[in-house]
Design a protein around this ligand. Structure first.
Ligand code: MSP
Length: 673
C-alpha cells in the first residue's frame, strides 16, 4: 500500500482577491504534492478559505454586503486563480461550510470531555490587535503599536479561555523529541524561545463579532477565528462527521505549509488544542518566506499588493510557477519585480531550457528522419552526470530546497550543452552521416533532456508534457521509474515546433504591463513583447551543419568590425556563450598561487565558485561587492585543486588583467549580449 502524504496550505482570508503570497503558497504545495504523487505516495492535498472573523465582517460592511456574499464572491477568484495555476488540490474547504462547523464542535467537545477545566469562562484585559485578532503580550507593544506596526487597544472582555499555560511543558517536550517539528530550524528556535517564556491562557471566544461559529453553550460568543480556522485541517477530512475514513487514513498531516507570520499559531496553539483533545499532532509545520515589493511587506494600506495576473496571462502558469519557486530561497523573503521575472524567463526558460530543447530535436529530426535515433547508449559522461544530479535533485526536493533542486537540473543542462558542443554532431553528420556514433550522441542528448523534463514536471506540469512529447517520450511517464537513465525509446517520432518559451522583449514589456495589478488588467501582450527572432531559437540543424568550422576555408570576407585573420562566429554560436553580470560576494587568494583568486559570485540565481588569475592586479577585499561579467556556462575546471564554475571576463594589457566594468545598477543575473 502506498505511503499516505497529507499536505495542507493555510486557508486564505476572503477579505480580498488572491495575491502573490497566496499564489506562491499554493504553487509550492502543489509542487510538493505532484512530486510526492509521482514518487508513489497516496497524496491528499488540501487548501481552502478562511471566511470568519472581524476582517471579513469589516470588509463586507465596507461594501454594504453580508459577509457570506463577500466570501462567495472572493472564493470564486481563489478558485479561478487555482485553476489557472494548475493547483492539483484534492479538496478545497471553506470555513463557512457545515462540515467544518461539525469538526469545530467535535474538537471543543473532546477538549471539554477530556479535561473539563481546559476551557473556562473568565475576564481578560490586555492589548488587543484588531488587525491580527489577538491579544499582544505587553513586551511587544510600543507606542500603541505591536511589532508588526498594527495599532493595539486596551480591551477588557468576558471570554471563554483555553488553558494554554498548561501546555508550556508538554509543547517544549514535544519540540525536544521532534526537533524538526518546525522547518526551517530558525523558525523552530523562535517558537521554542517564545514558549520558553511561559504561555498565557488564550481567549478563544469573542462577543464583539457575530460572523463566526457560535460557541456551544454560549450563545453570545463566537469561536475565536484561529481556533475555528486551524480546525479546517481535520474537519476537511470528515472529523466530527459520520464519515471519518479520510481522517483515519490521512491524519496527522505530514506538512502544514504556511507563511512565516503564522508559524506561532500552527506550532503552539494548534498542537496545544490537539493535545487537549487527545488527538495526534501534525508531523511538520513548514514556514515559507514573504514576497516583498522594494523590500517592503506588501499590504493594502501601502497600495503595493502584487498580483502578477499580467504575467500569468502573458507567459502562462508554468513560467510563473517556475519563477516563484526558483527565485525564492525557500524560507527567506524575496522581492518581486516583473523585470526579475522577465530576466529569469529569458535566461533560464527561453534560452537555456527552450533553445537546448529545440536544437536537440531539430538535429534528431534532420539526421534521423524525424525520429529519435535508432541506437541508445549506456556508457557515457552524461549518464554519470545524471547519476549525480538526480539523487541530489531528489534530496533537495525532500528538503524543500527547490532552488537547489533547480540548480542541480541546470548544472546537468550545462553538461548537456557542453556535450553537444564537444561532440559537434553537425560536423559528424557532414563527415560521416547518421552512423552509430551519431545515433548515440543524439540519443544521449535527447535522453538527458527527457530526464531534465521529468525532473521539471512537478514545477512546470504542462510544459513538461509538451517537451516530453516533442522529445518522442511518453508525457505521462514522470514517475520514479522515469527518473532513471534509459527511458527514451528508439525510432519514436520527434516534434519540431515553435519555441516552447518564446523570448520576451523586456524593454517593451515593462511599462506597458503593470507589475502591481490591483485587478486583472485583461490587456493582451503588446506587439513588441512577441518573440524577437534572432535570440529566440537556435539555427536549424541543417544550418548548423552548413556552418564553416572556424579558421577553415577561403579568406574570410572582412568588414570594418571583423579584422582579417579573426574567424567570424554566427549569432547562434555567440548566443551559446552565456555571459552574465555577477556580483562578487567573497574573495580570497588561493594559497601558494601568485595569480589566482578564489571568488564566490552571485549569478542572479545562486552562488558559485570561480577562480580567476587576477591577483597581480586586484586585492580580494577590493573585489567584494563589485559587479563583473562572467561566462556562466563554461565547463567546470579545476585550478590548484579548486573547481571553478565559469570565467570572469577581463581585458589583458601585456598580461596584466583589467576587469570589465559593469554599471553597478545592473542586477546580478542580467544577460550580456
Ligand atoms: N487565514 C489565515 C490562515 C489560517 S490557517 C489555519 C491567514 N490568511 S492570509 O490570507 O492572510 O494568508 C494566507 C497565507 O498566505 C499565509 O500562510 C500567509 O503567511 C501567506 N502570505 C500572506 N502574504 C504573503 C506574502 N507577501 N508572501 C508570501 N506569503 C504570504 O493568515
Amino acid at each position: 500500500m502506498p505511503q499516505k502524504f497529507y499536505i495542507t496550505t493555510a486557508i486564505h482570508y476572503v477579505n480580498d482577491d488572491p495575491h502573490i503570497g497566496h499564489m506562491y503558497e499554493n504553487i509550492v504545495a502543489d509542487v510538493i504534492a505532484r512530486h510526492r504523487r509521482r514518487m508513489g505516495d497516496d497524496v491528499y492535498f488540501l487548501t481552502g478559505t478562511d471566511e470568519h472573523g472581524q476582517k471579513i465582517e469589516r470588509a463586507a460592511a465596507k461594501e454594504g454586503i453580508l459577509p457570506i456574499e463577500l466570501a462567495d464572491r472572493v472564493v470564486k477568484t481563489h478558485h479561478d486563480i487555482d485553476r489557472r495555476l494548475n493547483i492539483s488540490y484534492d479538496d478545497f474547504i471553506r470555513t463557512s461550510e457545515p462540515r467544518h462547523r461539525l469538526g469545530v464542535f467535535e474538537l471543543i467537545r473532546r477538549i471539554q470531555e477530556r479535561i473539563p477545566d481546559d476551557i473556562y469562562l473568565g475576564e481578560h484585559s490586555g492589548w488587543y490587535c484588531q488587525s491580527e485578532e489577538t491579544f499582544i503580550p505587553e513586551n511587544q507593544v510600543h507606542d500603541g503599536k505591536d511589532d508588526s506596526d498594527h495599532s493595539v487597544e486596551w480591551t477588557t472582555e468576558s471570554n471563554l479561555f483555553f488553558k494554554l499555560s498548561r501546555y508550556t511543558e508538554p509543547l517544549l517536550e514535544h519540540y525536544r523529541r521532534n526537533p524538526d517539528f518546525v522547518f526551517p530550524p530558525t523558525r523552530m528556535n523562535e517558537v521554542r524561545s517564545f514558549v520558553e517564556q511561559g504561555l498565557k491562557d488564550l481567549s478563544i471566544s469573542r462577543t464583539s463579532i457575530s460572523w463566526g461559529i457560535p460557541f456551544p453553550g454560549f450563545r453570545d460568543h463566537v469561536i475565536y477565528v484561529w481556533m475555528d480556522a486551524l480546525t479546517n485541517y481535520i474537519s476537511a477530512l470528515g472529523f466530527g462527521s459520520g464519515d471519518h475514513a479520510r481522517y483515519d487514513r490521512y491524519w496527522p498531516a505530514d506538512v502544514h505549509l504556511i507563511g512565516k507570520d503564522i508559524v506561532r499559531f500552527h506550532a503552539v496553539y494548534w498542537p496545544a488544542f490537539l493535545m487537549a483533545a487527545g488527538l495526534p499532532l501534525p508531523k511538520r509545520i513548514v514556514g515559507h518566506g514573504f514576497w516583498l515589493r522594494d523590500n517592503l511587506k506588501i499590504s493594502k494600506s501601502l497600495g503595493n499588493v502584487v498580483r502578477p495576473y499580467n504575467i500569468l496571462d502573458d507567459f502562462g502558469a508554468d513560467s510563473l510557477r517556475y519563477f516563484l519557486v526558483r527565485e525564492m530561497t525557500f524560507g527567506n523573503d524575496q522581492n518581486y519585480s516583473d523585470e526579475g521575472f522577465l530576466t529569469r524567463y529569458n535566461a533560464d526558460l527561453a534560452n537555456d531550457l527552450g533553445n537546448t530543447l529545440s536544437r536537440a530535436i531539430k538535429m534528431s529530426d534532420s539526421y534521423f528522419g524525424g525520429k529519435t535515433p535508432p541506437i541508445p547508449c549506456d556508457d557515457n559522461e552524461l549518464i554519470r552526470a545524471s547519476r549525480e544530479v538526480i539523487p541530489e535533485y531528489l534530496r533537495a526536493m525532500d528538503d524543500f530546497a527547490f532552488q537547489r533542486a533547480m540548480d542541480a537540473v541546470f548544472r546537468f543542462l550545462v553538461a548537456v550543452n557542453g556535450y553537444i558542443v564537444s561532440r559537434e554532431p553537425w560536423k559528424h553528420f557532414k563527415e560521416k552521416g547518421p552512423d552509430e556514433a551519431l545515433s548515440r550522441i543524439i540519443w544521449n542528448t535527447l535522453e538527458s533532456l527527457r530526464l531534465i523534463w521529468v525532473m521539471m514536471a512537478p514545477i512546470m506540469p504542462t510544459v513538461a508534457r509538451e517537451a516530453l512529447s516533442r522529445l518522442g517520450a511518453d508525457p505521462d511517464a514522470i514517475g520514479a521509474e522515469a527518473l532513471a537513465w534509459g527511458g527514451l525509446s528508439n525510432n519514436m517520432p520527434v516534434k519540431v515546433a515553435d519555441a516552447i518559451f518564446p523570448r520576451a522583449d523586456v524593454a517593451a514589456y515593462i511599462g506597458t504591463h503593470p507589475a502591481i495589478a490591483e485587478k486583472k488588467s485583461g490587456e493582451q501582450p503588446v506587439e513588441e513583447s512577441k518573440p524577437s527572432p534572432p535570440a529566440q531559437t537556435t539555427a536549424p540543424a541543417e544550418e548548423i551543419a552548413k556552418e564553416q568550422p572556424p579558421h577553415s576555408g577561403p579568406p574570410i570576407e572582412t568588414t570594418q568590425a571583423v579584422p582579417p585573420g579573426i574567424a567570424k562566429v554566427s549569432i547562434d554560436q555567440f548566443m551559446e556563450i552565456d555571459l552574465r553580470v555577477a556580483e562578487v560576494r567573497a574573495a580570497e587568494r588561493v594559497p601558494k598561487s601568485k595569480k589566482l583568486i578564489k571568488m564566490t559570485v552571485f549569478d542572479g540565481g545562486s552562488e558559485r565558485t570561480l577562480v580567476a588569475g587576477i591577483a597581480t592586479k586586484y586585492a580580494p577585499e577590493d573585489l567584494v561587492g563589485r559587479k563583473v561579467v562572467i561566462v556562466a556556462n563554461l565547463q567546470p575546471a579545476k585550478l590548484m585543486g579548486i573547481e571553478s564554475n565559469g570565467m570572469v571576463l577581463a581585458a589583458s594589457i601585456d598580461g596584466e588583467p583589467s576587469l570589465l566594468a559593469v554599471d553597478p545598477s545592473v542586477p546580478a543575473g542580467t544577460k550580456v549580449k
